[in-house]
Each structure stands twice: as C-alpha cells, then as structure tokens.
Design a binder for this molecule. Structure first.
Ligand SMILES: Cc1cc2nc3c(=O)[nH]c(=O)nc-3n(C[C@H](O)[C@H](O)[C@H](O)COP(=O)(O)OP(=O)(O)OC[C@H]3O[C@@H](n4cnc5c(N)ncnc54)[C@H](O)[C@@H]3O)c2cc1C
Ligand code: SF4
Length: 266
C-alpha cells in the first residue's frame, strides 16, 4: 500500500469500472459454435490468466472465426455451424499458449501463493520447452469457494479518505452508469427469500461487499427486520454477482437499450 500510495501521489480519480475475468482457461472452454454464432475472446475464455492478457487471443480468435465465416459464405452455406473455427483453434498458437498455462490457477489455489506459484512457474517453463505435464488440473466453481462467516474475521477497512481511497457511490458516478428507468429490472432473484433467510446467517450476505457498485444492501438489520435491496440502476456490469452468489440465486441479464457504464475515455 505504501508503494502504491507513492505511485499514486498527486494523481486524480478520473473514471471507475469493474469487470470479472474468465479465469477457467483451456480446461473450461465451452463449445465454441452454435447455429448462427460463435464464441470468441473472453466470452469463450481465451484469457491467459497468469499474464492477465487476452487482447491478442481475442483478436486471433475473431480472425479465425471470420475466416471460417468467409469460407462458409463463399461456399454458399448459411445455416450450419462454423466447425472450421474450432478446428482452426485446435491447430493455433492460442491453444498452445493456453495449454502452457492451464495448470497455473489450480496449482496456486491448491498449494498457495508460495509453493503453488513456484510449481506453476516450473510447469510453465517446462511446457514452454514442449515438455508436457501429464496432468490437467480441474477448477472448482467459484460460487462454491466462499467461506462461511463463522470461518473468517471481518476486515475493518479505514474510511475512504477521498484522496487515495473512495466510497463506492461517488466512484459509480464516475462510471456514467445509466439504465432506462422503465425497463424490466436486469438483476433478479430466483428465490427472493434466500438472501435474508440463508445468505445472511451463513455468509453475512456477501453481495453487500463484493459488488463494486454497492447495488446490494441489507437494510433494517438493527431493527430486527432485515430486507435485501437491489439498486439495479447502479450496476456497472462486472458480472461478479452472477458468478459469486453462493446459491446462484442472483440472475444477471442484459438490460434493455444498451444501458450500463459508459467509459468516456475508451
Ligand atoms: C483489469 C484488467 C487488465 C487487463 N490487462 C490486459 C493487458 O494488459 N493486456 C491484455 O492483452 N489484456 C488485458 N486484459 C484482458 C483483456 O481486457 C481482455 O482479454 C480483452 O479485452 C477481451 O476482449 P473481448 O473483445 O473478448 O471482450 P471485451 O473487451 O470485454 O469486449 C466485450 C464488449 O462487449 C460489450 N457488451 C457486453 N454485453 C453486451 C451486450 N449485451 N450488448 C452489446 N455490447 C455488449 C462490452 O461492453 C464490451 O465492450 C485485462 C483485463 C482486465 C480486467
Ligand atoms: S450488480 Fe453484479 S454485475 Fe452489477 S456491479 Fe454489482 S456485482 Fe457487478
């Protein structure tokens, strides 16, 4: 923090945003095609997680999909799946790159940031010399990894100082987030009772903390009548709730009218 503070000294907060990354890698890739469409880039899961780099794989996968589409159009095909695209992926450097790093996240999760990171580095180094590890480790679902509130100590964060640290709502203001007011809510609960009856006693309702936009609140707890509030208007579309909610009770859908954050510098 001290190093970060020195680097940020004199800086100005100009914008705010958040985005979950898809870190499943090669062993989590879904089927890449469906009738009329393909998955490319991060939507497929082509991010190189240890490097946090994915623009190059997003571009290459887009190129491979475009070439498959071009070939289909030239051949007069319009309604089948672009199977040439996953075939091209199998033979591409994208697959090779993702294969080299495939065990990194599971190794760090299993053995920690010192031993796990050491093992991960060793496997990456060997794999980059074409010495293939004879195993591919699996991931667990992110929403299954949450500790119960009786297993952890609450972290007491200092109040935002308005210089280096900021409250969530003033930051959300800088994301220029907007949703049309009379549209159906794009954040819904499969069971409206779960947040108060299960998540609150079990996990102290984690959505209050992980949402970077303060969308989820528990009110009335001190009065003994807790209620779960969703301020959907503030959502910056990071998709964390859809991934992290322990019972997968929160359902994020695309809002109407292209609503959401609007980053002016991008
Ligand atoms: C903090 C951070 C740092 C990173 N640093 C690097 C880096 O240094 N180098 C690097 O190579 N990669 C980096 N990455 C990864 C990189 O940003 C992604 O891999 C890359 O942007 C993926 O490109 P994409 O086109 O697949 O998806 P995106 O860039 O996410 O593009 C998807 C687009 O679709 C839009 N969209 C979503 N839903 C809808 C909808 N319903 N209707 C219309 N539009 C919609 C989104 O607004 C977005 O503009 C970083 C990622 C993060 C989060
Ligand atoms: S509501 Fe969900 S998608 Fe929206 S900002 Fe909060 S965690 Fe992210």
């Amino acid at each position: 923090m001290m190093l970060d503070a020195a680097l940020l000294k004199g800086g100005k907060r100009v914008s705010y945003g958040a985005r979950a990354i898809s870190d499943g890698g090669l062993q989590s890739l879904p089927k890449l095609t469906f009738p009329g469409g393909v998955l490319v880039g991060d939507s497929a899961g082509f991010l190189n997680v240890p490097r946090i780099k994915g623009t190059h794989t997003a571009m290459k996968s887009g190129m491979m999909a475009a070439e498959a589409a071009f070939a289909a159009v030239q051949a007069g095909r319009a309604h089948d799946e672009l199977t040439a695209y996953p075939e091209a992926f199998e033979a591409s450097w994208v697959k090779k790159e993702l294969s080299i790093v495939r065990n990194v996240v599971p190794l760090v999760e299993k053995f920690g940031e010192i031993v796990g990171a050491g093992l991960a580095n060793a496997t990456m180094w060997l794999e980059s010399w074409s010495i293939r590890m004879p195993f591919t480790m699996k991931h667990h679902a992110n929403h299954e990894s949450l500790w119960r509130k009786d297993q952890v100590k609450p972290i007491e964060y200092p109040k935002p100082d308005g210089v280096l640290t900021f409250d969530r709502l003033s930051s959300v203001f800088l994301s220029n987030t907007n949703h049309e007011e009379d549209q159906p809510v794009h954040l819904t609960l499969r069971d409206p009772n779960v947040p108060v009856e299960y998540d609150l006693p079990m996990f102290d309702e984690p959505a209050q903390r992980y949402c970077p936009a303060g969308v989820y609140e528990i009110v009335g707890q001190a009065e003994g009548d807790p209620k779960f509030i969703i301020n959907a208007q503030n959502c910056v579309h990071c998709k964390t709730c859809d991934i992290k909610d322990p019972t997968q009770n929160i359902n994020w859908v695309v809002p109407e009218g292209g609503g959401g954050p609007n980053y002016p510098n991008m």
